[in-house]
Design a protein around this ligand. Structure first.
Ligand code: GLN
Length: 240
């Protein structure tokens, strides 16, 4: 085996695969380029543990900025919507740390929604979240709902860049990555067609790609915030 594991990866694999044969099988899958999180079947985000599978994106640390913003800025007893919820990590971690809030989580993939429901239950917030199976791009996934905030980490990679990504990323669902020709398809819809679903004084807040801040500022009167690496990572649109 040429695979070099960190001490933490080694510890996690040994915990999951006590049987020597299962452990070797896991190493083989890693060598073949399968993401570590899919092999152990779970990943860590904010302060929580999430079940993950190739039906949902693996939660990323950059996305924790959205959760931090929500925990800090949502008004008391607010109701928010998480569009393209995937594993459910954004909505669920926010609810865990603010027990006055309620949320609606939307995804086009029923397989992802099944995982998000399990994650809501394992993290103890099932009674404060509801799930909707809908295509966010059709612009009407929230029907007549009205929310304090809409949050989303939508697919934002340019279609023709996806094939150049690492084998690990290519194991993740294309549906969760592909943001169309210029990567901005979801923002055009989110910042335009979902404004009607946000109360006056509320906001739409999204994760963006590190190179998308300028393009979004040209398209919308939004504020761009950076992640801890100094890259543009969040776009915030205030609704009057
Ligand atoms: N909201 C999920 C996450 O942040 C999934 C995002 C997506 O599928 N694009 O991981």
């Amino acid at each position: 085996m040429t695979m070099k594991l960190s001490n933490l990866e080694e510890k996690l694999l040994r915990e999951k695969f006590a049987d020597g044969e299962d452990y070797l099988d896991a190493l083989y899958r890693l060598e073949c380029g399968e993401p570590f999180a899919y092999i152990i079947g779970e990943w860590y985000f904010y302060n929580e543990t999430y079940k993950v599978s190739p039906d949902c994106l693996i939660p990323r640390p950059e996305t924790e900025h959205l959760v931090e913003w929500l925990i800090k800025n949502l008004p008391m007893n607010a109701r928010f919507a998480d569009l393209c919820t995937g594993s459910g990590c954004i909505a669920i971690s926010t609810l865990v740390h603010r027990n006055d809030l309620t949320a609606v989580a939307v995804d086009i993939s029923d397989k992802a929604l099944k995982i998000a429901k399990e994650n809501a239950s394992s993290n103890g917030v099932s009674d404060r979240i509801s799930f909707v199976s809908a295509d966010v791009l059709n612009g009407d996934a929230l029907a007549d709902g009205s929310f304090d905030v809409i949050v989303s980490n939508p697919p934002y990679i340019k279609s023709d860049v996806i094939d150049t990504l690492s084998p690990q990323v290519k194991c993740e669902p294309r549906l969760a990555l592909d943001g169309g020709d210029d990567g901005l398809d979801f923002y055009r819809i989110l910042f335009d067609r979902y404004k009607k679903n946000v109360k006056s004084g509320g906001s739409i807040i999204c994760e963006i790609g590190y190179d998308q801040g300028d393009a979004l500022k040209r398209l919308f009167d939004c504020q761009i915030m950076k992640d801890y690496s100094g890259n543009d990572r969040i776009a915030l649109l205030n609704i009057n």
